[in-house]
Design a protein around this ligand. Structure first.
Ligand code: UD1
Length: 430
């Protein structure tokens, strides 16, 4: 089991390059099997979730050719199996995008039903509602979702909750369904737009992605394309908060500043200077950080995937802050962990009340999930003394070369896998 060991208290300084968006890539890789021609995808992040999904795609018979770390070629003409193995869905929920992609292309898909996860129960009723509206029969059999249709056809679909996953899955299933699909109350996240742009580059006719209403005119077939994935707004935001929490000055490069507006404006509210460039943002924290309140909301609101990162930063800011989680039910699991580092945080229902303490102190903590794990690393970077973060396998699901990028900004962080290595680190950093 690997861990991060961190000596905190060093302000991060320098430049960091952001990779492709994991959540966009998961959907785009699934969508790439919808043509029989070869699709080339660039700016792929080299993270665990992506590598597992590529295995799942190869597992159903597609040809997956990794050109380099960030480029892959996929050819879906050899797919022989419309059933995705449980092994993959267990590791990444988002392999359920293969449901929409396979159903849209072959009119049949069998994908194991994803269970709950560490951030709470995660129903997929809206995905199923959409597939049914397009004419598919959807049953749950032996723990799997079995979706099939004689013929799919466009329809008018209203989502009861704004769901990124359901929006993307319905776009995939309807891209080649004859007629028009109108999807209302759609999610507006940048990766929804990226998936629509990708499919349009394959010949689809999707309009309105990025607004509440998406209109899809089914096309007969999709063709090859070469496509570069958008930058990861959550990876970028994580480095922005790491800069803030350590009192640093970091230029976060290869980003789309517009996608970071909710994060940038919260950083400014708590006392940071955020400068926007064409494809970079600079975050500088020259003095003490202040309290604020924040509520997670669908895009363009403050992202739930940035909630733990702001919470650990508020834990060391002056005054009292309230963080309200309105998307997922169980996203404060890290509160117990940062309390061990000296934070004053109390969770009541879907809110966390945080009374800022000047500094945290290093402790041994455990990553409860991907984003909370990254937030604990930020806590460790800002804390006095040594922090050990266990269970970093969660962090590796979504952050590429995390410790290397942090080191390049001056952080004292090592990836270790034994007590002996931890001791060695302690001796080295003194
Ligand atoms: C995606 C992101 C995840 C992010 C989340 C919210 C990926 C792979 N993951 O997850 O990182 O935290 O968006 O921005 O892109 N819901 C239902 N029924 C459904 C679907 C969703 O009730 O059929 C509810 C969920 O329980 C949740 C809310 O809708 O409360 C939003 O979920 P959704 O947007 O679907 O999240 P994901 O697509 O799973």
């Amino acid at each position: 089991m690997e861990q991060y060991v961190i000596k905190g208290g060093i302000p991060l300084r320098g430049e960091v390059e952001i990779g492709g968006a994991k959540n966009a890539a998961l959907a785009i890789l699934s969508a790439s099997i919808m043509t029989d021609e070869t699709v080339t995808i660039e700016n792929l992040p080299d993270v665990r979730d992506i590598n597992v999904l590529l295995e799942a795609i190869a597992g159903i018979g597609a040809v997956v050719q990794r050109i380099d770390k960030s480029t892959v070629k996929i050819n879906g003409s050899t797919i022989g199996d419309l059933s995705v193995d449980y092994e993959y869905i267990k590791k990444i929920r988002a392999s359920y995008y293969l449901l929409g992609a396979l159903l849209g292309k072959y009119k049949k898909a069998i994908v194991p039903l994803p269970g709950g996860c560490n951030i709470g129960s995660r129903p997929i009723d809206q995905h199923i509602k959409g597939f049914k509206a397009l004419g598919a029969d959807v049953d749950i059999k032996n723990g799997a979702i079995v979706a099939k249709a004689e013929n799919l056809r466009g329809n008018h679909i209203y989502l009861d909750v704004v769901s990124v996953g359901a929006t993307i899955n319905i776009i995939l299933a309807s891209a080649m369904a004859p007629g028009r699909t109108i999807l209302e109350n759609a999610a507006k996240e940048p990766h929804v737009v990226d998936v629509a742009n990708f499919l349009n580059s394959m010949g689809a006719n999707i309009k309105g992605a990025g607004t509440d209403v998406i209109r899809i005119k089914g096309v007969e077939k999709l063709h090859k394309t070469e496509y570069s994935i958008i930058p990861d707004q959550i990876e970028a935001g994580t480095f922005m908060f790491a800069a803030a929490a350590t009192g640093g000055d970091v230029l976060v490069k290869s980003v789309i500043p517009k996608h970071l507006e909710a994060t940038s404006s919260k950083l400014e509210e708590i006392g940071c200077i955020v400068e926007e460039f064409d494809d970079a943002v600079r975050v500088c924290a020259p003095g003490k950080l202040h309290h604020t309140n924040v509520k997670t909301l669908p895009y363009p609101g403050y992202p739930t995937d940035m909630q733990p990162q702001i919470a650990v930063t508020l834990a060391i800011s002056e005054g009292s802050s309230i963080v309200t989680e309105s998307i997922f039910e169980n996203r404060f699991k890290y509160a117990d962990e940062i309390r061990r580092m000296g934070a004053n945080i109390k969770v009541e229902g879907n809110s966390a009340i945080i009374n800022g303490v000047g500094k945290l102190t290093g402790a041994r903590v455990s990553a409860p999930d991907l984003r909370a794990g990254a937030a604990l690393v930020i806590a460790g970077l800002s804390a006095e003394g040594i922090t050990i973060v266990d269970d970093i396998v969660y962090i590796q699901r979504g952050y590429e070369r995390f410790e290397e990028k942090l080191k390049s900004l001056g952080a004292e962080i090592e990836k270790v896998s034994s007590e002996k290595e931890i001791q060695k680190f302690r001796l080295r950093v003194g």
